[in-house]
Design a protein around this ligand. Structure first.
Ligand code: ATP
Ligand code: MG
Length: 346
């Protein structure tokens, strides 16, 4: 059975193929660590593909959002340049994409206050992704930012008037809030914003080696840049189950299914067929095959990433250029917002 979001994503793909110039993407990542295979198959691969097909692409490095689930954002410099290296290694074109950080675009934050006025406290409180993140939070208490960052994220998306957001399924509640904010703003003050839509990939929720969502901060992730040895070690330690026969049954056997899916995605095969090819070989053969598929698939990207990471001055230039463009666009949108709200006094 197909979820409504997946069905809508398939329709969107057809619309994008017909007219890519109608679409503008904004999506992004928190600089909490290097990107992993969940990012790649959940959203990064789509970003690269859509950019190549002619869709305009903006990428926010959500540095203020790091503070939602921890008290201090650590190693930001390293994580920010690391993310840019991951983007470019994966095939993002830095001359076309607008890559920027939250903290460099002050005008974007100006949208947060009117946006917060458009949502109710219960709407912020019942967000299932926020609840899940609170349960894994390392923060001493639950901060106000934890509940309000989805509204801040609406500002990221809406200041550049993006209408397409390639994301993993954990982001669907946030995107719903962005649509609500856009709709209510337009109703109250006049039409300024598009109502953006989520674009899911074939792997909207890749699981990590422990069977939970693969996640930078949960220690269960295989990174784009991981070495072949680390990849082998991580996959060897992955959780499976007691059944010897390997099948692809995401509902009843999530851990095995996620390994199968990873192997299938890396070798462009169908997961059911990938599972059948292992059959009675059991978890050991499955893990060996998945390791080989991951290492073969990512070898060229890993080599490119190592080269890019060796030139931080270049990565900083890419960011500077993106920040300049983002500021220009944010100022333009803020001017429209001021006019619509009647706060353009001078
Ligand atoms: P953190 O643990 O620090 O929150 P994260 O791994 O959740 O890191 P984010 O920066 O929060 O990564 O998410 C960036 C983007 O990647 C989002 O669009 C999110 O939906 C997507 N994404 C993250 N993890 C996965 C996953 N396991 N499967 C599919 N998509 C994912
Ligand atoms: Mg996250």
């Amino acid at each position: 059975e197909v979820s409504p979001a997946a069905r809508r994503s398939a329709e969107l793909e057809a619309e994008i193929t017909t007219d890519p110039s109608r679409f503008r993407i904004l999506t992004g990542d928190r600089p909490t660590g290097p990107l992993h295979l969940g990012h790649y198959f959940g959203t990064l691969q789509n970003r690269v593909r859509l950019q190549r097909s002619g869709v305009e692409l903006g990428l926010v490095i959500a540095d203020y959002q790091v503070l939602t689930d921890r008290d201090v954002a650590e190693d930001l410099q390293e994580h920010v340049t690391g993310l840019i290296a991951d983007y470019l290694a994966a095939g993002i074109d830095p001359d076309e994409a607008m890559i920027f950080t939250h903290s460099a675009v002050a005008a974007l934050n100006q949208l947060l206050l009117p946006f917060l006025s458009l949502v109710t406290v219960p709407e912020l409180q019942r967000n299932p992704t926020v609840k899940d993140e609170i349960s894994h939070s390392r923060q001493s208490g639950v901060s106000g930012l934890m509940f309000t960052y989805p509204a801040h994220q609406a500002a990221d998306i809406l200041f550049c008037k993006a209408n397409l957001v390639p994301v993993g399924s954990d982001q669907l509640p946030h995107l719903e809030l962005t649509r609500t904010i856009a709709r209510r703003f337009n109703d109250r003050y006049g039409p300024v914003f598009p109502e953006p839509e989520a674009l899911l990939s074939a792997a909207p929720l890749l699981l990590g080696t422990d069977g939970a969502k693969m996640s930078k901060s949960r220690g269960n992730a295989i990174m784009l840049r991981s070495s072949t040895e680390d990849t082998a070690r991580l996959i060897r330690g992955a959780k499976t189950d007691a059944q010897r026969h390997i099948t692809y049954e995401p509902r009843s056997r999530p851990e095995v299914a996620s390994l199968v899916l990873l192997g299938a995605l890396c070798s462009d095969r169908d997961p059911v067929e990938f599972a059948e090819s292992i059959g009675r070989g059991g978890a050991a053969v499955l893990k060996a095959e998945v390791t080989e598929a991951v290492n073969a698939r990512f070898a060229p990207m890993r080599a490119r990433r190592a080269e890019l990471a060796a030139d931080p001055a270049y990565l900083h230039r890419v960011l500077r250029q993106g920040n300049t463009r983002a500021n220009r666009r944010a100022e333009a949108t803020l001017a429209e917002v001021r006019e619509a709200m009647g706060t353009d006094y001078e």
